[in-house]
Design a protein around this ligand. Structure first.
Ligand SMILES: [Zn+2]
Length: 685
């Protein structure tokens, strides 16, 4: 059997086009002599004719960029053959240094703080100002609004020397005016003195929440100090304000020391190793140090935290949870945190930090990632599921947030511009955790991504381009959550199935090794995979990340010629005109005879609209495309997974013309005769 893939029209298609052109010319000549009403009738008939003819003869000329795939390089590879051989973290280059020192005021859920800034200019531009996010006032609250007040900005050595600065609370931005121009590879130092108040009672990223009576009060200090903005070539200073869609964070790596003075009796979970602890009477002073650069720091405090810890290969893994959820967290949470750490360490590359904390929090989402410390919602216990489901949810969220240590913290990206990148990869990796420990990549998917994605357009009527900023998603009415958390991991899974697990994981390892402690774009992960497989992957990344719609296939030609024993099939992607790029994917194609016996079965590459030709000695009766596994298509019904087409006899009355085409032509000619006849009667009156 021979499989050919051709894009160009056949010889007969050319002749058909020539004949049809002359028929159309005759018709137009007739129309010129027609009355108005008859012209309308003719217009409709011609439209019908053209739409039918266009599909059958592939007149839809595609201006798409076609990345054709028709070789068999990407065979499925043995998924058990994983090379678990990570490389040690390497830190090179210069980073900013920040010393953050805070005194916690429990009754007002605030801190008095100093941020000592030693800012390193890692860009090739001169700075006269340095921008900072002051997010707290943008967050949801119930009892008291969060805020960061700037007290002053002073010189590091001489506190009498002040720096001028501006604060814009509505956009949660401030900037410090430098006393002299900061050149590339140079440093600027100053101290920002501030007071930060947590939003009280809310369930946003930062808050104080719960009650002492119920032993449930905790303080979650996140985004609670002036965090330096990132300057990049695309946007200049990234001064995006706090957003409720997606995670709005984008930070450079920096060395931090975090000093916290808190009332005695508070249990403190914070980013970094506890280097020092000092009893100061009514308060205790702590010094936390992550050792390696991080993108930001956080801490949580509660009098009621129950704490469990374990050393896992040199990393002190700890869980902090409230008494009310001890039944759910006790032992389980610590095991899951360690399982996630071990797997991702071995699969992507080494987690270099000495500590990893998993802390319970109050939120209306599942959890949130920060360097060395992740938060998991306490609300799992109120979602009304049976205990086994709650446990699985807890495990899923822990695996997900822990994974963000690799995809967000160690390898960072602009979460406003390409938030789908770290989120999509984290979701894929969480499902890989399910596959590794439970043998099923869909273990944590209560609705399988594939089922949701295939019928998404039919269900919601919304487009779903992945590669968009959060702002673009809002403007184009794209559901960011769906795109980043469900469609993006599915596309990564499709890539895994296309490349095979070994090459896919090698690609992720290379991506991690190259970009840990740095910032990435979508093109960086593509480049890593390309370097592993040794060829361009534009054909994969461009359509799957940038197209608005999934492919929607139709079999428009399916003809068997018994003389030449050739079956010619044309598969059209009906959504191709709506997208920027042509899709390429492999799908299974079965051919049956009249007694429904399978006479041919194979995987074929469909590159946009594709013509296939098979040599078959048995008379075929029916062709079936089956959307098995991860063939990605737009469907009306998630259970209707096949596309059937009956084979037409190719021994035509006129070679090259199908019966339906001739029927259409006859109808048009009859219509023409009737109209012509009526016109004559009218003119004889
Ligand atoms: Zn996430």
């Amino acid at each position: 059997m021979l499989v050919k893939i051709r894009i160009l029209s056949s010889y007969w298609d050319c002749i058909k086009t020539f004949i049809s052109f002359h028929i159309l010319k005759m018709l137009i000549g007739g129309i010129a002599k027609m009355r108005k009403n008859n012209v309308y009738i003719f217009g409709i008939i011609i439209c019908l004719f053209l739409s039918h003819y266009a599909f059958n003869s592939n007149l839809i000329s595609s201006s798409k960029i076609i990345f054709e795939r028709n070789d068999s390089y990407f065979d499925a590879q043995d998924s058990n053959n994983i090379n678990l051989n990570p490389k040690l973290a390497q830190v090179s280059g210069n980073f900013s240094n920040y010393n953050l020192s805070v005194i916690m005021d429990e009754s007002n859920s605030m801190v008095e703080g100093n941020l000592t800034v030693d800012f390193y200019n890692n860009d090739n531009v001169n700075f006269t100002q340095i921008y900072f996010h002051i997010y707290l006032s943008g967050m949801y609250y119930i009892a008291r609004q969060g805020k960061i007040e700037i007290v002053n900005v002073t010189d590091v050595i001489n506190p009498n020397i002040s720096f001028s600065y501006e604060v814009h609370p509505s956009s949660q931005i401030m900037w410090v005016n430098l006393s002299e121009m900061l050149e590339p590879q140079k440093r600027a130092q100053f101290i920002i003195q501030f007071n930060a108040t947590l939003p009280d009672g809310g369930i946003d990223r930062a808050n104080s929440h719960g009650s002492d009576g119920a032993q449930s009060r905790m303080y979650k200090y996140t985004s609670f100090y002036p965090i330096p903005c990132v300057y990049d070539n695309e946007d200049g200073w990234n001064t995006d304000s706090y957003l409720t869609t997606g995670d709005p964070f984008y930070f450079d790596m920096a060395y931090y020391n975090l000093f916290i003075e808190a009332p005695n009796g508070m249990k403190i979970a914070a980013t970094g190793n506890l280097d020092e602890k000092l009893d100061k009477g009514a308060t205790t002073w702590y010094h936390f140090n992550p050792i390696y650069p991080v993108r930001e720091v956080t801490f949580a405090a509660s009098r009621y935290f129950q704490v469990q810890s374990r050393n896992s290969n040199g990393v002190n893994v700890s869980t902090y949870f409230l008494p009310k959820d001890s039944y759910l967290w006790n032992n389980y949470a610590l095991n899951h945190a360690e399982d996630a750490l071990i797997l991702f360490n071995n699969t992507f590359g080494t987690y270099p930090y000495p500590t990893l904390n998993v802390v319970e929090e109050y939120t209306d989402y599942g959890g949130m990632e920060y360097p060395n410390q992740v938060y998991i919602s306490e609300s799992i216990d109120s979602w009304g599921y049976p205990l086994d489901v709650d446990r699985r949810l807890l495990e899923k969220i822990i695996a997900h947030e822990v994974c963000h240590q690799w995809w967000y913290n160690l390898v960072g990206n602009d979460e406003v511009d390409v938030g789908f990148l770290d989120e999509g990869l984290t979701c894929w990796s969480t499902d890989y955790y399910g596959e590794f420990y439970y043998g099923d990549w869909e273990y944590f998917q209560y609705t399988r991504y594939i089922d949701e994605v295939r019928v998404y357009y039919e269900t919601y009527g919304l487009s779903s381009k992945i590669n968009q900023t959060v702002y673009e998603c809002i403007a184009t009415n794209t559901d960011y959550y769906y795109v980043a958390y469900h469609k993006a991991p599915l596309i990564f899974e499709k890539l895994r199935q296309t490349l095979g697990l070994t090459d896919f994981l090698e690609g992720l390892k290379l991506y991690f090794e190259r970009h840990q402690f740095g910032l990435v774009l979508l093109s960086d992960i593509q480049q890593a995979f390309e370097d592993i497989v040794g060829q361009s992957l534009d054909w994969f990344f461009f359509p799957w990340f940038d197209n608005i719609y999934l492919p929607k296939y139709s079999i428009t030609q399916n003809i068997y010629n018994s003389e030449t024993q050739t079956l010619d099939i044309t598969i059209v992607d009906l959504n191709e005109p709506l997208n920027d790029y042509s899709y390429s994917q492999q799908l299974p194609l079965d051919i049956f005879d009249a007694s429904s016996t399978l006479i041919s079965s194979q995987w074929v590459w469909i590159n946009g609209t594709t013509q296939l030709s098979f040599t078959l000695s048995n008379q075929p009766n029916r062709v079936r495309i089956f959307y098995s596994n991860y063939v990605l298509v737009q469907l009306a019904d998630e259970y209707d997974l096949s596309l059937d087409s009956y084979v037409q006899n190719g021994d035509q009355a006129i070679p090259g013309y199908e019966m339906t085409f001739l029927l259409m032509l006859s109808l048009i000619l009859i219509g023409f005769v009737i109209v012509e006849h009526r016109r004559k009667i009218e003119s004889n009156k």
